[in-house]
Design a protein around this ligand. Structure first.
Ligand SMILES: CC(C)(COP(=O)(O)OP(=O)(O)OC[C@H]1O[C@@H](n2cnc3c(N)ncnc32)[C@H](O)[C@@H]1OP(=O)(O)O)[C@@H](O)C(=O)NCCC(=O)NCCS
Length: 241
């Protein structure tokens, strides 16, 4: 059963910390990233957007520890293994992902960007759970998407969905997508949109199972000869009111 309780007054804690990806050092200035205590308590008590038998999905808490876990999940899921230098490249990639996350948090109001995290279900609120998967949700208004969404002025864009290898094919991503639907209802948006690689049949099946339909593709001249994989745009109308 989904829990719809959510604290709208949550304020993203800004920080003047610096981040650089080039030298692998992402300085998070942990003092400034101390979580808002009230927020943290609300999140643990009421903040699960979805809570089913196996997985619980909530908004990321802005602590250095949790942000590093998110970066690890996305880096592990998206990085392409590189022979010989693999650990080094994974570290670079993690730093890159973390910088991107910090940038989005600092530049987006809390009701227009959220990073959602999935963790194994456990009734022990205090246990230090591993994150199994993550997803980014952003309010956008791109014309090329809006033209497929009758009457909409904005929509929720779902991106960066990633599940740690060892948790795959256990419905973590499916549960994250359910949480995106619930967030769209809470934030008051009718449509969700995302892009998938045209030839990524696993991801496309995941999205179509969740109710997304392909409405357009990259233009035909965006072919592999320029080194870019073609993508498809998929949209759905939220089924939660
Ligand atoms: C794609 C990804 C997020 C799926 O996460 P997941 O938690 O394993 O997905 P789920 O268990 O919820 O899958 C639900 C359904 O989607 C389909 N599916 C998911 N992954 C699939 C795969 N690798 N191959 C074929 N079908 C797949 C299946 O129909 C699956 O149901 P089933 O297991 O009963 O057959 C995960 O594989 C991942 O992190 N990949 C790397 C990052 C990435 O590619 N992200 C997507 C960018 S568009």
């Amino acid at each position: 059963m989904a829990h719809l309780h959510y604290n709208h007054s949550i304020v993203v804690k800004g920080s003047s910390s610096t981040s650089t990806s080039s030298d692998q050092q992402v300085n998070l200035d942990s003092e400034k990233l101390q979580p808002n205590r009230a927020y943290e308590n609300e999140t643990h008590q009421f903040g699960y957007l979805v809570s089913d038998v196996d997985w619980q999905v909530r908004r990321m808490v802005e602590t250095e520890e949790e942000m590093r876990k998110v970066a690890y999940v996305q880096a592990e899921a998206f990085h392409e293994p590189v022979f010989l230098f693999d650990d080094l490249f994974l570290d670079f990639f993690k730093a890159e992902v973390l910088s991107g996350l910090l940038y989005r948090l600092r530049n987006s109001p809390p009701d227009r960007y959220a990073c959602l995290v999935a963790e194994p279900r456990s009734d022990d609120q205090e246990s230090n759970k591993e994150l199994a998967g993550v997803v980014d949700v952003t309010v956008l208004r791109e014309d090329s998407v809006l033209e497929h969404l009758p009457g909409a002025e904005e929509y929720l864009y779902v991106s960066g969905i990633a599940v740690l290898n060892k948790f795959r094919r256990q419905k973590v991503a499916t549960t994250l997508l359910k949480a995106c639907d619930i967030l769209s209802a809470i934030w008051g948006f009718e449509y969700l949109a995302l892009r998938a690689y045209e030839d990524d049949y696993g991801a496309r099946k995941l999205y179509s199972n969740a109710g997304y339909r392909v409405v357009s593709g990259d233009s035909p001249w965006t072919t592999t000869w320029i080194g870019r994989r073609r993508r498809v745009l998929m949209v759905k109308r939220s089924n939660i009111q």
